[in-house]
Ligand binder design. Structure first.
Ligand code: NAD
Ligand code: TYD
Length: 344
């Protein structure tokens, strides 16, 4: 029987990657119906869906994935859940892990129960390469053990354990994607790329942790969203799929690229106290997903040009996010900042 997924509940669909997924699906699939359930934390905003706001195929509901009543009311109307909702920033998890356990673990449990109850055709858990922990050599494969090292990564790994258990215990047709570090338009300016771009545009220091040698595999947001869709429709239930580009870019390289593209001096680079438990490398083996017909289309340099161009033309969007509350978080998180690190 062909898989018919017409109606999706997209949790966290007002966040960075979730909103890109929603925009992309509405453009690509005339038959799709999407309900977005989003709590609208500091990281989420209906503004992120403004480009598709009038679309009759999209409904937005503000609510918490940990609220079983709210979830059940919506889960009754769909064929599948795509779970993007999460607390997503490692540094914030190091300051306060409670919300991560509540949303990323408990919230996922609530969604799984709803998927079971309403006999959904698919449950897609959007996970991360950080569940593998630091990768000293080689590349992580999907069957490798999960060795998360930050409270964020541990919460995402905990969620994955539940998702896997619901497949084994109840036969729920789950899928998991483990995407690498993602960047692009609409990313909240706390993760390295949007933080460095917006700081550079404000002539503020770019805070590089430690010696800046830690590497990440940066994946452009539209490629990540397309990979999730590909796995949702073509993946084998019960499986996890890595989504990455295979490239390795250091913190210093991110800073240099941002400064070059923004036309700002190298003197804005500033080395600060390292992140506790900093994972120095993630690297993915993506051979499992390739036969599904997905591969990333935007390489790092091009993706950075597109991203810098977007932030240049959306100043009001990111300036609203660099609020007094944001700078409070910033001061708590960064140690050893120079005078030109925060707006005067
Ligand atoms: P984000 O922080 O931009 O968005 C998260 C969204 O979830 C926000 O809109 C927020 O309001 C919403 N949310 C938070 N708690 C909620 C709750 N209890 N109920 C309902 N909504 C809630 O995050 P993102 O970068 O778009 O990440 C989306 C997903 O992708 C996350 O699950 C994350 O773990 C995963 N992921 C992210 C990356 C990355 O580099 N950003 C990489 C791999 C995987
Ligand atoms: P980040 O964007 O927070 O993603 P994650 O830790 O989830 O991979 O960090 C990416 C890399 O950039 C990581 O090696 C830490 C480094 N980094 C900095 O050097 N300075 C910063 O201000 C931030 C946020 C990150």
């Amino acid at each position: 029987m062909a898989l018919r997924l017409r109606r999706l509940l997209v949790t966290g669909g007002a966040g960075f990657i979730g909103s890109a997924f929603v925009r992309q699906r509405l453009t690509a699939d005339p038959e799709i119906q999407i309900i977005v359930l989003d709590k609208l934390t500091y990281a989420g905003s209906e503004e992120n869906l403004a480009e598709v706001a009038g679309d009759p195929r999209l409904r937005f509901v503000q609510g918490d994935i940990a609220d079983a009543k709210a979830v059940d009311a919506l889960a009754a109307e769909v064929d599948a859940i795509v779970n993007f909702a999460a607390e997503s920033h490692v540094d914030r998890s190091l300051l306060d892990a409670g919300a991560f356990v509540q949303t990323d673990v408990y919230g996922t449990y609530v969604l799984l129960e709803a998927a079971r109850k309403f006999r959904h055709q698919r449950f897609m858990q959007v996970s991360t390469d950080e569940v593998y922990g630091e990768v000293k050599d080689g590349r992580s494969r999907e069957d490798d053990p999960l060795r998360p090292r930050s409270p964020y990564a541990a919460s995402k790994a905990g969620a994955e354990m539940l998702v896997g258990a619901y497949h084994v215990s109840y036969g729920l047709p789950i899928l998991v994607t483990r995407g690498s570090n993602t960047y692009g338009p609409y990313q909240f300016p706390e993760k390295i790329i949007p933080l460095f771009i917006t700081n550079a545009l404000q002539d503020l220091a770019l805070p590089i942790y430690g010696n800046g040698a830690a590497v990440r595999d940066y994946l452009y947001v539209d490629d990540h969203a397309a990979g999730i869709a590909r796995v949702l429709w073509k993946g084998e239930p019960g499986q996890a799929y890595n989504l990455g580009t295979g490239s390795e870019v250091s913190g210093v390289q991110v800073a240099d690229t941002v400064l070059e593209l923004c036309g700002k001096p190298k003197s804005l680079k500033h080395y600060v106290k390292d992140r506790p438990g900093h994972d120095y490398r993630y690297a993915l083996d993506t051979r499992r997903v390739l036969p599904l017909g997905w591969r990333p289309g935007v390489e790092f340099r091009r993706g950075m040009e597109l991203t810098v161009a977007w932030f240049r033309t959306h100043q009001a969007w990111w300036q609203r996010r660099k609020s007094p509350e944001f700078w409070d978080y910033y001061r708590r998180n960064y140690h050893g900042l120079p005078a030109n690190a925060v707006p005067q």
